[in-house]
Design a protein around this ligand. Structure first.
Ligand SMILES: C[S@@+](CC[C@H](N)C(=O)[O-])C[C@H]1O[C@@H](n2cnc3c(N)ncnc32)[C@H](O)[C@@H]1O
Length: 477
């Protein structure tokens, strides 16, 4: 029973995150986060496997559960339902849809309750299969085997290397003796040295990194290439004081630290990392510590737009703003996004379903983009700030180019003297830039639209060797 109880907590956590529009990261991340939050003892891999399958089948499971009337039958204990709907859903999943078609627990009242409804549940499953014209519900699931990163990116963390980066390189060369000249040539056992971000390497996703000593000692950090772009573009030096406005889990924060402190142990706070979610802030704390930067980075738990007062942080010169976004560029979210699309009802008519999904997405993007605009604008109001990198792992223009346009048109942002840094200062050799048509809609004269599109960086998911991404740099004199 303990396993199903733990799985119920995880399921409820994921559903709560999803319904509040706060889903940050993949389902895997959600499972790990909820295990931490509830101090869950069950094996996260087993929980993920159940949740993954349950999540994929959820619209069909919901239909079977509804038609079977099982929820109406839940007995009451002290006036409250004796069994949780979430746990029943998981048990029914295992009974009808798992490989073994068995509920994996010993004798328990909730198991007896579900088994009492077995015949009804099975006949609803048969009815649904006939309605959907399939012999197995798995035929209705979308293929998400593509929803994986093509490259595992790792960067050397100089702060933990104490001036001996060369030794780490040596160890990496021993582990991966063959160097390839393009990330697309990576096969197990080979390594690629990135041409855009220093000290960044690509290896095959099947090569185990997390069990390696370098990783355990914080000397290497797993971080997607595109996610390394913001700190590389900001390029802070020892004189800078930086705010990371949306910091957890801390990849960009620790990368900023690598620039500011390089291979010296930090001895004073030069980075302020804000994180609104207390649970994610715990992960941030851990990552900062593991990277050896805890003396140089102060974590502030709370909303940056409220805690981060310009008059308090008047010495801050640079910003990383990487707020919550739709996450449409990242891997491992496909089933979350598919579920978002299909949660209204079962696909009666494809077109109707597409319309509902389009409207849902538009509403979600409208909410996200107004938050993204506000948080960047707040950061731009800091008196000594000279440079700010805004980024998302979204592929939608609403969260990317259109935020840049709205900020450039904002009277306060103009008054504060901000402009967009040109391509020459934003990884000029990177081939994929912002969407020109978005800027042309607004900036119709001369070459301004082209310059603005060129100033932005876009990374296409998979095609460019990792997650989908967007980055732009604002600067002023
Ligand atoms: C995309 S994630 C950041 C990833 C991080 N930059 C990294 O590279 O590891 C966005 C984070 O911002 C946090 N967040 C959202 N709104 C915030 C706010 N107003 N103030 C502080 N943190 C916020 C979310 O909880 C989430 O952890």
């Amino acid at each position: 029973m303990n396993f199903y109880r733990d799985a119920t907590w995880v399921l409820e956590y994921v559903e709560e995150q999803e319904s509040s529009g706060r889903v940050a990261g993949s389902l895997q991340t959600q499972v790990v986060n909820s295990c931490k939050k509830y101090n869950i003892k069950s094996n996260p891999k087993h929980l993920y496997a159940l949740l993954y399958s349950c999540w994929r089948f959820k619209p069909y499971l919901d239909e079977i559960l509804k038609k079977s009337g099982i929820f109406k039958d839940i007995p009451k204990k002290k006036g409250k339902p004796a069994f949780s709907k979430g746990t029943i859903t998981l048990l029914v999943h295992d009974l009808l849809l798992s490989k073994s078609k068995r509920i994996q627990m010993g004798k328990h009242p909730i198991k007896d309750f579900v088994l009492k409804h077995k015949t009804r549940l099975q006949s609803e499953l048969v009815r649904l299969k006939i309605k959907m014209k399939v012999t197995d519900l798995s035929q209705l699931l979308k293929d998400d085997s593509n929803d994986m990163t093509p490259v595992r990116w790792i960067r050397i963390n100089p702060v933990r290397c104490k001036g001996k980066v060369e030794e780490v390189l040596e160890t990496l060369r021993k582990k991966f003796p063959t160097t390839v000249s393009h990330w697309s040539e990576i096969v197990p056992g080979t390594i690629y040295e990135d041409e855009f971000v220093p000290n960044l390497f690509g290896v095959h996703p099947s090569d185990k990194i997390t069990s390696h000593e370098l990783y355990k000692r914080g000397k290497i950090i797993i971080q997607d290439r595109a996610s390394c772009f913001p700190a590389h573009i900001l390029n802070p030096n020892a004189d800078d004081v930086v705010i990371d406005a949306c910091a957890a889990p801390g990849n960009k924060t620790t990368h900023v630290a690598a620039h500011i402190f390089q291979d010296l142990m930090p001895d004073e706070v030069r980075i302020h990392a804000f994180e609104r979610d207390p649970e994610r802030a715990k992960t941030l704390h851990k990552m900062v510590k593991a990277a050896g930067c805890d003396k140089g980075i102060k974590v502030h738990v709370g909303d940056f737009t409220k805690l981060g007062k310009p008059e308090i942080f008047s010495q801050v010169t640079g910003f990383i703003v990487d707020p919550s976004c739709s996450g449409s560029g990242i891997f491992g979210r496909k089933m979350i996004d598919d579920r978002n699309k299909s949660k209204e009802e079962l696909p009666e008519a494809e077109e109707e379903q597409d319309e509902i999904a389009d409207q849902d997405l538009k509403n979600r993007l409208a909410k996200l983009s107004s938050f993204q605009f506000e948080i960047v604008k707040h950061a731009l109001s800091f008196p000594s700030a000279k440079k700010l990198v805004y980024s998302t792992c979204s592929i939608h223009a609403e969260e990317n180019e259109r935020i840049v346009i709205d900020l450039l048109l904002d009277s306060k942002v103009k008054e504060w003297g901000w402009r967009v840094r040109k391509r020459a200062g934003v990884i000029p050799k990177w081939h994929r830039r912002g969407i020109l048509a978005e800027f042309e809609e607004v900036f119709r004269e001369g070459t301004q639209a082209q310059e603005l599109a060129d100033a932005c960086i876009r990374v296409s998911p998979k095609e460019d060797g990792g997650i989908g991404f967007f980055a732009v740099c604002f600067e002023r004199d």
